[in-house]
Write a protein that binds this ligand. Sequence first.
Ligand code: NAP
Length: 319
Amino acid sequence: MFNLSSIPTTTTEPRHVKALILGAGPAGLSAALYAARADLQPVALTGTQIGGQAALTHTIENYPGFPEGVGGAELGDLFKKQAERFGATVEFDSAQAVDLSQRPFRVRTDNGEFTADSLIVSTGASPNKLNIPGEAELTGRGVSYCGTCDGWFFKDKKVVVAGGGDSALEEALFLTRFATSVTIVHRRDALRAGAILQKRAQENPKIGFIWNTVITEAVGGEKLVAVKLKDVQTGSESDLPTDGLFIFIGHTPNTQLFEGQLEMQDGYIKVDDRMHTSIPGVFAAGESADPHFKQVVTSAGMGAAAAIEATHFLEAHGG
Ligand code: NAP
């Protein structure tokens, strides 16, 4: 159980809010919109970025209402503006420690401390790493986890993409705008990604595939120059010269802060069908609580549901 003495105290008095939202991706900002319209005057803390992972996506084509697609960062900005219009406050701040042992809940952040009558956790997920030699050292020098952020640096260069899911294919397609070639290295002989992305990737002349293969090392000094490959069927090893390695092999929910306090399953916060966690008054939404769907639209829906339930909870229990 959390021990308040284990984190340094702040000199200022905690700010009290009716609804505190941790995270400002599609789930957090939708929760902020609904909580604001219920007059809870919610505060949403952004964590590392507004818009969550969606903001790192160049174009989102499957969020309803945008038939031509919408930029990920732009959508995040629109979510924020809409929530603010009804009185939500979105602050650049990150939670460092939480005490959920009693209400009001206490949350220590980079900038101070909050007490909150209800809490909505929408802390999202972070990209997984391959955990291979050279990966950490060469991150930012050829190794990347975000095509939208770093693609431009690979103009007229060769890149490798690790993974076979929607993210890998979507990012590989985006990278073809800059790179001369994009080689997708996948550990199996079948892609996990949906049919439309598979078709687009297979039809793109700049994209090639290496099947049944894993990347075992990122090679380079000042910058990445090659990746080492291993065929998982034959065991044969080879070097593939490349300027970039983009890694899209899934995500891990950002839930470490709640370990030992909220019930979890496989690292995801356990919620019932109304977004209630194991602690009354604490709700969770989006990828931190969603092992299944992980779509912008489903995260937004979970966020709205969490805020509606928080409103009902506060009506029944005060605050
Ligand atoms: P994902 O669907 O979990 O796919 C991860 C991919 O990485 C899989 O192909 C997996 O291989 C591979 N992989 C995992 N660990 C690996 C390792 N250690 N070494 C090599 N390869 C490894 O993850 P995602 O693509 O990030 O997508 C996450 C969720 O977001 C999904 O639900 C997806 O549908 C959704 N999403 C949707 C869109 C869209 O709708 N446009 C865009 C992006 C993401 P295996 O296939 O062998 O397991």
